[in-house]
Design a protein around this ligand. Structure first.
Ligand code: ADP
Ligand code: MG
Length: 376
């Protein structure tokens, strides 16, 4: 009989529970900038960026993160530097999560899903899982692997199975080994990447179609892909380990109730989206290490991710931001959440990117390219 062994690397391990935070700035888009103001954010280095200080135009705010991905960063580079190294852990019975955070329009779906031409984190990670499994099976005989997927959505604090769209709100439970489980959730065994593709694509298309009908549902819901790797010993004592990888395209972090330029800070405004609000508290709690209770149980998303976020899990949050002024307050909020440190620098946001009033709006992007970061 197979003997279940709870693998808990946390015991005795010195690994911290920090969530690694990467920030990705998407390219500037003319059509997102109706007033022709140019970008208000730009990268400074591999960990830093600067943003206009709206309170004082003679200053910029500089932020530092674990990683900063500038607008030129490719999908491949994001995967290699922020995601690839966590995948092997799920073949060893550990859990991991990667989630894209940020306002609607800032590039979360591009980062996670991408397109046919520019595949994102999800297809790359799943490919990597199958590649690692193949290599392991070839190199040794001791373990047998099986890979499977579930795909769900949290919308209005309801857990919905995207592989079985007619299902109702599903419960989240914890088993005796403190694993989080969702009884009734569809689990589809996968034998290859193309198998994954076959099941995932129609389910994600379903979600997109539904979103246009249901008042931008996709920007208010969390899409959660779970890849599970079960590893079984072929010979007695038939040990078994399960590793889970959550790949999450979060709801938009924007405050939908904001009017005009009157910013309401997320923390003061009560929960617009309870799961997103609680996630920010959980990440804050894990990263500032202040001790005390991590509020996992306060929302569906954090309850679901409890065994895969913090603790012995490997977690990465990719905060997506957009450079146009119309995103300014949402960018500002997202950066304050993501930053390791923040500094006020006494100099105006550099002139090469903020165009003088005499310049014609249409010429801007070319002028900027010519200016090419020439400093002040
Ligand atoms: P979100 O999911 O956060 O609402 P999207 O991923 O849909 O945002 O991105 C908004 C638009 O910007 C899309 O047209 C997307 O293709 C484009 N986009 C986002 N990030 C990038 C990027 N890094 N490079 C090129 N285009 C991008
Ligand atoms: Mg999206």
């Amino acid at each position: 009989m197979a003997q279940r062994v709870a693998v808990n690397e946390a015991a005795g391990s010195k690994r911290t529970a920090r969530v690694r935070v990467a920030v990705r700035l998407r390219p500037y888009m003319d059509k997102q900038d109706e007033k022709g103001e140019g970008p208000c954010v730009r990268g400074l280095g591999p960990q830093t960026l600067e943003i206009v200080n709206w309170r004082n135009a003679t200053e910029t705010l500089q932020y530092q993160f674990d990683v900063f991905h500038g607008e030129q960063t490719t999908q491949q580079e994001v995967f290699l530097s922020s995601v690839k190294s966590i995948i092997p852990h799920i073949l060893n019975g550990q859990n991991a999560s990667v989630f894209a955070y940020g306002p609607t329009g800032a590039g979360k779906t591009h980062t996670m899903l991408g397109s046919q031409e520019q595949p994102g984190v999800i297809p790359r990670a799943v490919r990597e899982v199958f590649q690692l499994v193949r290599t392991q099976v070839k190199d040794q005989d001791e373990w047998e692997f099986s890979v499977g997927m579930s795909y769900l959505e949290i919308y209005n604090e309801k857990v919905l199975d995207l592989l079985s769209p007619s299902s109702q709100d599903l419960p989240i439970r914890e088993d005796k080994d403190k694993n989080i489980i969702i009884p009734g959730l569809t689990h589809t065994p996968l034998s290859s990447f193309s198998d994954f593709h076959t099941h995932f694509v129609p389910a994600s298309l379903n979600r997109t179609t539904a979103s246009t009908k249901l008042n931008q549902r996709s920007s208010r819901s969390h899409a959660i892909l779970l890849i599970k790797v079960v590893k079984c010993q072929r010979a007695p004592p038939h040990r078994q380990q399960t590793g889970k990888l959550y790949l999450v395209d979060l709801a938009g972090s924007e405050d939908n109730r904001r009017t005009g330029n009157q910013g309401i800070r997320l923390k003061e405004s009560g929960a617009i989206n309870l799961s997103l609000f609680t996630l920010s508290k959980v990440v804050d709690c894990l990263n500032t290490g202040t001790g005390g209770r991590v509020p996992y149980r306060d929302s569906k998303l954090t309850r679901l991710l409890q065994d895969s976020l913090g603790g012995s899990a490997h977690s990465v949050m990719i905060t997506n931001i957009a450079p146009e002024y119309k995103y300014y307050f949402d960018t500002f909020t997202a950066l304050n959440f993501a930053a390791k440190s923040k500094q006020i620098i006494n100099r105006p946001f550099v002139r090469e990117t903020v165009v003088a009033p005499t310049n014609a709006a249409g010429k801007r992007s070319r002028d900027e390219q010519d200016a090419g970061g020439s400093g002040e």
